[in-house]
Design a protein. Structure first.
Length: 581
């Protein structure tokens, strides 16, 4: 931990932050009951005072941290709950305090989380905005707790303190509002490092402890990567492709909640506990399986597991000819839908049973191209384009291959893949491929998503938003479609809407790749939430960050007075692109 680098300075800054917080608590008619090296507990008689004091402190603390010249920065998490407590010798205990501590652990450094009861108690006219984090399991509480992240609306100010008409809060015998803030430096109260440290993930064990995602109201499922049991390890692309197709088809079903490819593929080639996977991803069901391909023969084993109990709801082995692969996929999909008691509407039924191509050779090239496309690397992008071209040459009516080609060409534009393809050529080919895909299949979600990105590049904002929303209507569980909507909204002058779309991305894709964090940070920056943007943009390794991720990190640091950190981000970018100004 960074506290070990300079213990006296670290504790001095923690105490200084809490002293400043105590003064703000007092200004908002609260009472500080405990001030220790790692935690502060305070009491308020009004929910609005607790929320206002918390947000005021976080704003002032961010400004104070911005004046520091080193990286020992005391970010604080705050949780607020409503509940009865016991006070003895100025020490507080009880369910209210414990719940506040649990809620605090769900907040980001520099953030404030509240329970549903607090949101209901805070007057609606106050300039606060709320982001629904869903119902969370909290240790020691039988029922899930509704949790919100709260902040001050962009351009608004934290309300000034108002006098409390009632008696001294310590005399109240009824339920009380509690604000609990704690430094997340210690596992006791946090688990994730709250000190700023460039490009480090921190103590991941503690972070994982917090990741108890709420279950969707819909039947929720994660399709784990099918194991490749073929004699040839290079056949892995086929197993991955089968997994992708199942996720894509399930994502079209509005009655389901389906975890995105990115988040499930982190478990590839790992021995996992299905119950733990379900807990980490916030789903009730997990589909696991294996694929063995030998010549023209395919064997698939699939099991649908109840994530709560670990028991199999059904298990099936399929031995078929490779020529029957599409019928086999339909059969597996049908068993899943049946087991989860989900009804498909007419459009969904048509789309999930649509034959993508009659050419198995074209389909094979398509699967290989998809596997390369997900690598998001210059060389892989070139090879993916070539494979999609081969698929299209074999079947000029293969809509998915055109959409895959359009997506990769758009990635070349978005990520500036060196000399992979001139930008003007990439844009032209992306437009043509997306248009052809939608001509062949007007219900193809990826075609609309790619078209939306191209339209926003050409400042056709209204059209771009419409295309992005059409993509979501066709695949309501697609994290890719929601991410494209977030990007389009952000660059169309609607950053608050973009943030709401990004919240859905992170719900569907709770373990996303680096570029999702980069876009999240950019959108937070556009909403003037600079401290949160920095916290998001610092996730992952520096070499994995996109150019715009480094640029945004530099800008956010500069906005908060962290000039050394801003220079570090820019220097990193200039090492990558020495010709940049």
């Amino acid at each position: 931990m960074l506290v070990h680098r300079n213990e006296s300075l670290a504790h001095s800054r923690i105490l200084d932050a809490f002293r400043r917080f105590s003064l703000i608590i007092e200004a908002y008619s609260g009472v500080t009951h405990e001030l220790r090296g790692d935690a502060l507990v305070a009491e308020f008689s009004r929910a609005s005072d607790a929320a206002s004091a918390a947000l005021m402190f976080q704003r002032e603390n961010a400004e104070a941290i911005g004046q520091l010249v080193d990286d020992l920065q005391p970010w604080v998490r705050i949780g607020i709950s409503l509940g009865e407590v016991v006070i003895a010798d100025n020490t507080v205990t009880g369910a209210g305090v414990v719940l506040a501590q649990r809620i605090e652990q769900m907040a980001e450094p520099g953030g404030v989380c509240i329970t549903g009861a607090i949101r209901e108690a805070v007057p609606q006219h106050l300039p606060f905005e709320y982001f629904d984090l869903g119902k969370r399991e909290a240790k020691g509480f039988e029922e899930p707790i509704q949790v919100y992240r709260t902040s001050v609306r962009t351009g608004e100010q934290v309300p000034s303190p108002e006098p409390v008409v009632s008696a001294d809060p310590q005399s109240s015998k009824s339920k009380r509002v509690w604000a609990s803030s704690a430094m997340a430096v210690l596992v006791l109260v946090g688990g994730a490092l709250a000190w700023w440290q460039p490009w480090k993930n921190g103590d991941q064990a503690g972070v994982e402890e917090q990741q108890l995602l709420p279950l969707s109201e819909k039947p929720s499922i994660a399709v784990l990567p099918f194991d490749n049991l073929s004699a040839n390890p290079e056949e892995a692309y086929f197993a991955d492709g089968l997994t992708d197709d199942l996720i894509t088809d399930l994502s079209k079903v509005s009655g389901l909640f389906v975890i995105a490819r990115n988040s499930v593929f982190i478990y590839k080639n790992q021995v996992v506990d299905n119950r733990e996977v379900a807990r980490q991803l916030g789903v009730r069901y997990v589909l696991v399986g294996s694929v063995r391909r030998a010549g023209d023969h395919v064997r698939i084993n699939a099991q649908l597991v109840d994530g709560a109990t670990g028991k199999h709801l059904w298990a099936e082995r399929y031995d078929r000819q490779y020529a029957d692969i599409f019928a086999l996929q339909d059969e597996v999909l049908g068993r899943i839908v049946q087991a989860l008691s989900v009804e498909l509407n007419e459009t969904e039924h048509i789309e999930v049973t649509r034959l993508p191509t009659e050419s198995l050779e074209a389909y094979d090239y398509y699967l290989r191209g998809e596997e390369l496309a997900y690598r998001a690397e210059p060389k892989a992008a070139v090879d993916a384009l070539t494979l999609f071209e081969k698929a299209i040459a074999l079947d000029p009516e293969f809509a998915d291959a055109y959409a895959g080609y359009a997506r990769v060409a758009t990635d070349v534009l978005a990520y500036s893949f060196g000399n992979t393809l001139p930008s003007a050529v990439a844009r032209k080919w992306a437009y043509e491929a997306a248009g052809r895909a939608l001509t062949l299949n007007p219900q193809l979600s990826r075609g609309y998503s790619v078209l939306a990105l191209l339209q926003v590049l050409d400042s056709e904002h209204i059209e771009a938003i419409a295309s992005a929303r059409k993509a979501i209507a066709l695949t309501p569980n697609s994290a890719e479609a929601y991410l494209n909507l977030a990007v389009v909204l952000a660059f169309s002058g609607a950053p608050e809407e973009a943030l709401r779309a990004m919240a859905m991305v992170l719900k569907l894709d709770p373990k996303p790749p680096q570029h999702v964090h980069d876009y999240h940070g950019l959108i937070l920056y556009m909403n003037h939430r600079f401290a949160e943007a920095i916290a998001v943009l610092e996730k992952g390794e520096i070499d994995d960050k996109s150019d715009f991720g480094l640029e945004t990190l530099a800008a956010a640091n500069a906005r908060t007075g962290r000039i050394d950190q801003a220079r570090f981000a820019i220097d990193t970018l200039l090492k990558r692109w020495p010709s940049h100004s």
